[in-house]
Design a protein around this ligand. Structure first.
Ligand code: B1M
Length: 220
């Protein structure tokens, strides 16, 4: 069992989607996350183990390498594709409740901000970390965050921004969410954001996607 799960983790980490995928070159012709996840289910390995000991491990590894600049955005995108190829087999088990997620993160960019590359990377790595992600997209106004929180009780909220001019919107959204949903956990990030700014507005902070997973896992 552990051999199959470690192969799944390697496929996700290396971005090997399926047997037909030509990338990475040294794994050409080998089964990918798609076939290996199906094989693991056929062998009777618990879907929860496939998620937490296979797919999540692969995304964790690539997230750590990204944090240390050992891999780059295209590598993370390939890993996410491999993860989704495996996840597709697990979806029915999520829906039936047999596989539990760690929680839900509602994420979007602050009102006025259209930059979504960083936010998308965070969403993918958080999902790969075992969390349900509700992605509200870009230029998200307060009322859209509020509706999403009401529809996902107990969720955390992530806000990303790349513009200094939209940091004030981030601050307003965070303050309003905290007032409306006392105790809600909000994490912010993006190039102009600092820990000091996050502390000032009462939000959690991470400079990178893997740090966002650690923050969510810490239950803060
Ligand atoms: Co714009 N842009 N842009 N842009 N753009 C920047 C951000 C800018 C720094 C360029 C510059 O002037 N040197 C500048 C902002 C200056 C400032 O405010 N300080 C700028 C500007 C001014 C603008 C416009 C105003 C330009 C104009 O129209 N005059 C305009 C604004 C539009 C709007 O949002 N309303 C604009 C438009 C655009 C494009 C649409 C053309 C395009 C965005 C495409 C897209 O995202 N779909 C774009 C791009 C691509 C950039 C640059 C070149 C790259 C941004 C990026 O994707 N980085 C950028 C200059 C640069 O950075 N070199 C620039 C890669 C990405 C992976 O990094 O998003 O930082 P990042 O995410 C990181 C971390 O920050 C962190 O994790 C990610 C992965 O490590 N992170 C989080 C991010 N969110 C997080 C959330 C978390 C935790 C961690 O928790 C929730």
């Amino acid at each position: 069992m552990s051999e199959l799960l470690s192969q799944i983790a390697t496929c996700v980490e290396r971005g090997k989607i399926s047997v037909a995928a030509p990338f990475p070159l040294d794994l050409k012709g080998a089964p990918g996350a798609d076939e290996l996840t199906a094989a693991a289910l056929a062998e009777g390995i618990a879907p929860q183990d496939i998620l937490s000991k296979g797919l999540v491990v692969g995304m964790y590894n690539v997230g750590e390498k990204f944090r240390c600049n050992k891999v780059f955005i295209p590598d993370v995108l390939m890993s996410a594709k491999a993860m989704y190829a495996g996840m597709k087999h697990l979806r029915p088990f999520f829906q039936s409740g047999q596989v539990q997620r760690k929680g839900t993160l509602v994420i979007g960019t602050a009102a006025g901000d259209l930059h979504d590359i960083g936010k998308n990377l965070v969403a993918m790595i958080v999902e790969g970390g075992g969390w349900e992600v509700v992605d509200l997209g870009v230029d998200v106004p307060l009322d859209k965050f509020v509706k999403a929180v009401e529809s996902n009780p107990g969720c955390s909220v992530g806000i990303s921004t790349l513009l200094t001019t939209t940091m004030s919107n981030m601050q307003k959204i965070t303050a309003a969410l905290k007032e409306k949903f006392p105790g809600i956990s909000v994490i912010i990030g993006g190039a102009p954001i600092t820990k000091e700014f996050a502390d000032k507005i009462g939000a959690g902070y991470s400079a990178d996607p893997q740090g966002a997973v650690s923050f969510l896992n810490s239950g803060k």
